[in-house]
Design a protein around this ligand. Structure first.
Ligand code: SF4
Length: 769
């Protein structure tokens, strides 16, 4: 491998910061600033800066492991792969294909996520595949599709934030989760804009806000409704925007008007004057944004909650306009791309719906299989984990550690232990891998090339910088070997670029259209925003539009197409027609790089870096002319407040909310192996108000037991006035006694199937001597 600096991206969160990697003579890898990447301009948080430590960690897996007489012991690759193929084959023969489960992760590259979905459906023939991204942003994705016809985390680049007039940040602690992104908000305030942070805790992010609202956990929906009520009452509705670009306003308005500010104050704990001030700050500037993260999304009403915030944007004309809009701050490194290409229970590549006949035909053709052979939608992530050992007897798991990260984790661990067979691909022996029958050691970010899609919808090229250690193989090689052993000898390439070329064809004409993106372009342009249709794939894409429109009983009339491919049919049909060059005026074609981006839902195009010829420039900004719905209008969704699934009572009188700390990432499987990060964040804690601490008789650092209906966790007290007196907070990165997810409630959102991580009832007990 080369000894010069390789420009690439961080392995962790969805900011996907750029960095340079240089192999050092002693075998380690040095990280250096990569200022050319516009998202972080060289800045990194501690996790990114220390990421190479996991590459050479002394606990790195370097040999396959198989369970023998109860113990995991080293084995050859052939033995380990044979064991997995046997385990899956036996389950399939004895219980049918749906008894084989597959669980993926939002850290997998697009190529791996795509191949994993294909492997599950083509090789195993199972419908039972989902991934840990379901626990991340699925409520925002569902709400975005309902309202706009399309889910792309941010419909605009981060660089738009400083130019906006006001940003409401709902349930996001960027100072801990994505520190380099704070500069966009600092610049916003330097430019005269205002930042409003909504969080039950006075986080480091909230400390930097012009206004901090601290609602009771689980009441963000009521809060948004109260704000919308005031928008109407104060005459701040953008009537023209509502009339011209939306539908459903009257029902949404009526629902909001039932939520009087005083009623909302009682539910949320946010005072009426604070509500009025929020409305003033949001409505007075010409532009404003609402950005949500896990706080409002990880609730059993997460989809409605995000929908209420979108309603606020639509009613005030703050969507589909420059420097305004709603966006979701996706969390995991490839949380965006990971949900677009087929590892989700209900989706096919290109963000197509699995139950859409046209989508099935298109993808089946790319895969060379009969569309009728593809299984239908399967269970969502928690439901899949809950079915382990009963309906699902064997599991293949990649890039995930549900023993730590799933809700009601002790139950999930018990379900995993009850499996007939478990195979895990990972880089270290995670808590979940430790329960496996076979563990395969796989390559990491710097040891392989692949693409990710960051929270802006910017597709990026992560480049290989070093040679993997002896004995390690890539996830793509694993799937190829297993496919061979399970009787599917073709269709599973191991070269990432070859996989991406197939992904381009599979996504062509879909909502998340990558067909115009190539590795070469990604390298030359420093990333490309989807949708980005391609001319050379016009035939395939036009087939999609044609068949979809035929199925809908219409012609190729874009506005009339009743496509339900993730609700973005108009886009799909329009893109396909653009690609085919049919029936489009010149100004509305993909070949007009200077004009409005065609084939994209009302977006604009960037000035491309270099001459792209007639290539599509990509779509940094969506919805500027039209939303991705059949009629181009956004949908209001009439929603009302409802309680969390488990309200406090006499037995469990306190609310628990969970979250992250800056030095750890997700389940901590990687970051807990980095000395510097462990020194900064050595273990879990219980953050609580002095009033609660006094009631317990607990001092700073004293062990506190937090007990919910699902279990008990113990961690030292961290006492602060920066949290509501009715709420405690625990970070969820650790296993064992302090595992926060032992306590969390798997009550699911009816639409997104998101568990209610963010609010459940607990009681506190002092732990004596
Ligand atoms: Fe950037 Fe996120 Fe990596 Fe930190 S963890 S360096 S914020 S991509």
């Amino acid at each position: 491998m080369q000894n010069s600096a390789t420009p690439t991206h961080c392995p962790y969160c969805a900011l996907q910061c750029g960095m340079n990697l240089t192999p050092a003579p002693d075998g380690t890898v040095e990280v250096s600033e990569r200022a050319d990447f516009p998202v972080n301009r060289g800045a990194l948080c501690g996790k990114g800066r220390t990421a190479p430590a996991v590459l050479s960690s002394r606990v790195r897996l370097t040999s396959p492991l198989v369970r023998s007489e109860g113990t995991l012991v080293p084995a050859s690759w052939d033995e380990a792969l044979d064991r997995i193929a046997e385990g899956l084959s036996r389950t399939r023969a004895e219980h049918g294909p749906d008894a084989c489960g597959v669980f993926g992760g939002g850290g997998l590259t697009n190529e791996k996520a795509y191949t994993l979905g294909k492997f599950a459906r083509v090789v195993l023939g199972t419908s039972q595949i989902d991934y840990n991204g379901r626990f991340c942003m699925s409520s925002a994705a569902a709400a975005g599709i309902k309202a706009f016809g399309l889910d792309r985390g941010l419909p605009f680049p981060l660089e738009d934030i400083p130019k906006s007039g006001c940003v409401i940040l709902v349930g996001s602690n960027l100072a801990e989760t994505m520190p380099p992104s704070l500069r966009f908000f600092n610049e916003l305030r330097e430019n005269g804009g205002t930042l409003i942070v909504i969080d039950p805790r006075r986080t480091k992010t909230a400390e930097q806000a012009d206004l901090h609202l601290a609602p009771r956990p689980g009441t963000d929906l009521a809060l948004a409704l109260g704000l919308l009520h005031l928008v109407v009452a104060e005459g701040r509705v953008d009537e023209e925007f509502v009339r011209e670009r939306t539908v459903g306003w009257e029902d949404a308005r009526a629902a909001a008007m039932a939520h009087w500010p005083e009623y909302v104050e009682r539910i949320t704990g946010v005072s009426v004057p604070q509500l009025r001030e929020t409305v003033r700050m949001f409505c007075e500037p010409e532009s404003a944004m609402v950005l949500t993260a896990r706080g409002p999304e990880q609730q059993s009403k997460g989809t409605d909650t995000v929908g209420a915030w979108i309603n606020l944007c639509l009613a005030t004309g703050r969507a589909g306009r420059p420097l305004s809009g709603y966006g979701c701050l996706t969390g995991q490194g490839n949380g965006q791309g990971g949900r677009e290409h087929g590892q989700k229970a209900d989706q096919l590549p290109g963000y197509r719906k699995l139950d859409d006949p046209a989508a099935r035909r298109h993808v089946a053709e790319v895969w060379g299989v009969d569309p009728d052979s593809l299984p239908g939608p399967g269970r969502s992530a928690y439901e899949l984990l809950d079915a382990l050992g009963t309906d699902i007897r064997s599991l293949l798991l990649m890039a995930s550690n549900p023993v730590v990260s799933a809700p009601r984790a002790a139950h999930v661990e018990e379900r995993i232990r009850s499996l007939d067979f478990l195979a895990v691909c990972d880089v270290v022996l995670s808590e979940t891998a430790a329960l496996a029958d076979v563990v395969l050691p796989v390559t990491q970010w710097a040891e392989e090339t692949g693409t990710t899609t960051n929270l802006e919808g910017r597709v990026l090229l992560r480049r290989q910088a070093i040679t993997p250690p002896e004995g390690i193989r890539s996830d793509l090689e694993v799937m190829r070997e297993l496919a061979d052993r399970l009787g599917v000898e073709k269709g599973f390439p191991t070269d990432p670029e070859e996989v991406f070329e197939e992904l381009r064809r599979a996504s062509a004409g879909g909502p998340a259209d990558y067909s115009g993106i190539t590795y070469r372009r990604l390298a030359e342009e420093n990333g490309v925003f989807w949708p980005c249709p391609a001319n050379e794939l016009a035939g395939a894409a036009n087939d999609v539009a044609g068949t979809t429109n035929d199925a809908a009983g219409t012609t190729n009339d874009v506005a009339g197409a009743a496509n339900d491919v993730a609700g973005a049919a108009t886009h799909a049909a329009r893109a396909a027609n653009d690609l085919a060059g049919t029936a489009n005026a010149p100004a509305d074609t993909a070949n007009d790089p200077a004009g409005a981006t065609p084939g994209a839902p009302g977006g604009d195009g960037p000035a491309p870096a270099g001459d792209l010829g007639d290539a599509h420039p990509g779509t940094p900004r969506l919805f500027l002319d039209r939303f991705a719905t059949p009629d181009g209008r956004a949908r209001f969704v009439a929603v009302s407040h409802r309680a969390i699934a488990e309200e406090p009572d006499d037995d469990y009188p306190v609310l628990l909310t969970t979250g992250r700390v800056v030095a750890q990432y997700q389940s901590g499987a990687q970051t807990r192996r980095v000395d510097e990060l462990n020194a900064a964040a050595p273990g879990p804690f219980v953050e609580l108000h002095p009033r609660l601490a006094e009631q317990l008789g607990a001092g700073e650092g004293d062990p506190i037991a937090v007990v919910s209906r699902r279990g008990r966790a113990v961690a030292p007290a961290r006492i602060t006035t920066g949290i509501r007196p009715d709420t405690v907070f625990m970070p969820f990165h650790w296993p064992g006694e302090g595992r926060a997810n032992t306590l969390t409630n798997p009550a699911l959102d009816p639409t997104s199937r998101m568990p209610e991580f963010k609010a459940c009832a607990v009681r506190l007990e002092a732990v004596r001597g």
